[in-house]
Design a protein around this ligand. Structure first.
Ligand SMILES: [Fe+2]
Ligand SMILES: [Fe+2]
Length: 363
């Protein structure tokens, strides 16, 4: 309960200042003992606001990409409006699980609520909400089912990093120790691939639209494992308990998504896309298979955490806090998600990430 005492100090100092009971020397003494973060009574600090603003931006980006998936492969209703569904893409996704459209819908709705809540909370604290509408410049898919509106994200030229697959299966390595991991689908790192049909030309042949659905399935998990790490990483630098509660309550829903998508990605149809040679191998057969690739090993394996001298532990990884916002932005950018975006967009996101990463936990 470290926070209680400093907040009392803070209140005392405020009343001293208000009533003028303390002389300059006393104020100087208190001010010297307290970081500036503790001035307001139980309000979020500047750093808390900066962390929330970066998260709002990340959630707006997530919402934009999930809406594109939902319009074509999810369930369109009053909770997640827009789009009218693409039967061939939806059918290919359902090869992985008959409930894929429901899960896509629900993930999309969750992201909508994440950014809407964070922005409303920012406003309730007198802070500026985040609005990226001016950067909605990217084209929609022209395939049947997609709304014809401008987007923030590009799902048609993805380079999907699937190293989370082996990262969560390793019993000896952790990215927070500098360890690296092989991808589950090496081909997805060696080119730019659509995760939604770009037009109705992408709906055939069958193995091509299935490869697009497979790409989407891995991208779903890639996005959500990122959120799974981002929230605990940033939570370590939050000061205000209520803001901490927001991060600790939202972050695990990203993990719920990731766990689901990890399971579904294991159900992809092994194939080679006849149009571009992209290979989805059978992850249960040689040279894959075993502890690092077997598809039903979807629970996080225990691994090294904090110190190699401590026992292994089943954990989210990575969770190192330094530079976490910028790392998340880099991962999304490397993914190809922002191909075609303006310099203004990158500058805005860079500034939001820089501010969030400058936030320090204060008392
Ligand atoms: Fe989210
Ligand atoms: Fe998410």
């Amino acid at each position: 309960m470290k926070h209680v005492k400093p907040l009392n100090f803070s209140t005392s100092r405020r009343s001293f200042l208000r009533t003028g009971l303390a002389g300059p020397g006393a104020v100087g003494l208190l001010a010297g003992a307290l970081p500036s973060a503790a001035f307001a009574d139980n309000s979020p600090t500047r750093g808390d606001i900066d962390i929330l603003r970066f998260l709002a931006a990340a959630e707006i980006i997530e919402t934009d990409l999930w809406q594109q998936y939902n319009e074509l492969g999810g369930i369109q209703d009053s909770e997640v409006p827009g789009g009218s569904g693409n039967p061939q893409y939806t059918k290919a996704l359902k090869k992985l699980d008959g409930d894929m459209d429901q899960y896509i819908h629900d993930n999309t709705e969750d992201e909508l609520t994440h950014f809407t809540f964070i922005n409303a909370y920012l406003v309730s604290k007198g802070a500026d909400p985040v609005n990226l509408d001016q950067f909605r410049i990217l084209p929609s898919s022209t395939a049947t089912g997609a709304q014809q509106i401008k987007r923030l994200t590009n799902l048609m030229q993805l380079t999907v990093d699937t190293t989370w697959w082996t990262r969560y299966r390793s019993r000896t390595k952790n990215p927070d120790f500098g360890d690296t991991f092989p991808p589950a689908i090496p081909g997805l790192l060696q080119g730019q691939f659509p995760a939604i049909p770009r037009s109705n030309h992408d709906l055939t042949p069958t193995r091509h639209i299935q490869a697009i659905a497979n790409t989407a399935a891995f991208h779903f998990a890639t996005i959500e494992q990122g959120g799974t790490s981002l929230y605990p990483a940033l939570a370590q630098r939050v000061t205000n308990l209520e803001v901490l509660r927001i991060l600790l309550s939202s972050g695990p829903t990203e993990t719920a998504h990731f766990q689901t998508w990890h399971d579904k990605a294991g159900n992809i149809v092994p194939l080679t896309d006849p149009t571009n040679g992209l290979v989805f191998p059978d992850l249960n057969k040689s040279p894959f298979g075993g502890e690092d690739f077997q598809t039903n090993l979807i629970m996080p394996e225990p691994t090294v955490f904090l110190s190699r001298t401590l026992p292994v532990c089943s954990i989210i990884r990575p969770t190192a806090t330094e530079g976490a916002a910028m790392a998340a932005l880099k991962a999304l950018t490397d993914d190809g998600l922002f191909i075609g975006q303006s310099q203004g967009f990158f500058t805005t996101l860079h500034d939001l990430a820089t501010a969030a990463d400058a936030a320090q936990r204060g008392f």
